[in-house]
Design a protein around this ligand. Structure first.
Ligand code: ADP
Ligand code: MG
Length: 251
């Protein structure tokens, strides 16, 4: 098991935010974390990658507690794309090269530069390599951040609402890229998403959170109208369109 989240508890102040969160991810698996605003999804990702220290429980990364890794070692294991990304003033190429930082000693190697080029191509940014990141659209910037996480060559990829700024075509493309990398390179991916349909289409497993706890977890079969109603408080129908499950709210 590449990642085991075992009984993780967290609070920012006195109010408990995460309550005994437990789930596992295997390599080559894409897990979607769903749940309403404020459920604790972003907090959970930060506890997984060590930005926040859990108040209870443990996160095991490749069999060892996350705390036992140094920050450079952790950066080689986990690529993290945060929910909100402020632009800065470097070129797209340099912004992505920054993801190689945990590997670079005296200056980027041929391999570092080649990886950045390949990754820019993979996410469709090669023509923007020399553009400054402060001049990018929200969607382009989002791809830069994804590319930066990918050049880290992580074993675990954590993506927090990374499709939010993207138009429909780019949402599908971004999910396809992550799904391809997950399966081909045997990465373990955790994606926090609001779009249940996009999640259903690409993810292998689902963790549904509500009020800081896991309400349900499992395969596609757990995404049922009753669960959606319990967690989001809306009535839905779940159909099937050309083999793709489709969740539709009932008005
Ligand atoms: P989600 O990503 O599911 O929307 P978050 O993990 O961002 O949820 O937030 C979970 C809860 O923790 C919310 O009630 C939020 O207000 C609170 N919270 C988030 N960040 C902080 C913080 N830095 N300080 C205090 N409370 C926070
Ligand atoms: Mg969030």
């Amino acid at each position: 098991m590449i990642l085991e989240v075992d009984g993780v508890e967290f609070s920012y102040d006195s109010a408990p935010i995460l309550k005994g969160v437990t789930f596992e991810v295997r390599k080559g698996e894409m897990v979607a974390i769903l749940g309403p605003n404020g459920a604790g999804k972003s907090t959970l990702l930060k506890c997984i990658n060590g930005i926040l220290k859990p108040k209870g429980g443990v996160v095991m990364v490749e069999g060892l507690p996350g705390e036992s890794y140094g920050s450079h070692e952790m950066a080689k294991k986990m690529g993290y794309v945060p929910q909100i990304n402020a632009g800065n003033f470097t070129t797209v190429f340099d912004a992505v090269l920054l993801g190689r930082k945990p590997y670079i000693r005296w200056g980027p190697s041929e391999k570092d530069l080649r990886l950045v080029e390949e990754t820019l191509k993979l996410v469709g940014l090669e023509s923007l390599a020399l553009k400054r990141t402060n001049n990018l659209s929200g969607g382009e910037l989002q791809k830069v951040v994804v590319a930066r996480a990918l050049v880290q060559e992580p074993r675990i990829l954590l993506l927090d609402e990374f499709t939010n700024n993207l138009d429909l075509k780019n949402q599908l493309e971004a999910m396809r890229i992550v799904s391809k990398i997950t399966h081909e390179r045997e990465v373990a991916s955790i994606v926090v998403m609001h779009d249940i349909n996009l999640a259903l289409r690409y993810s292998d497993k689902f963790v549904v959170m509500a009020n800081g706890a896991i309400h349900a977890k499992g395969g596609r079969e757990i995404i049922e109208p009753r669960l959606i109603e319990e967690v989001y408080g809306i009535e839905v129908l779940i159909g099937n369109l050309g083999g793709v499950p489709l969740v539709v709210p009932v008005e």
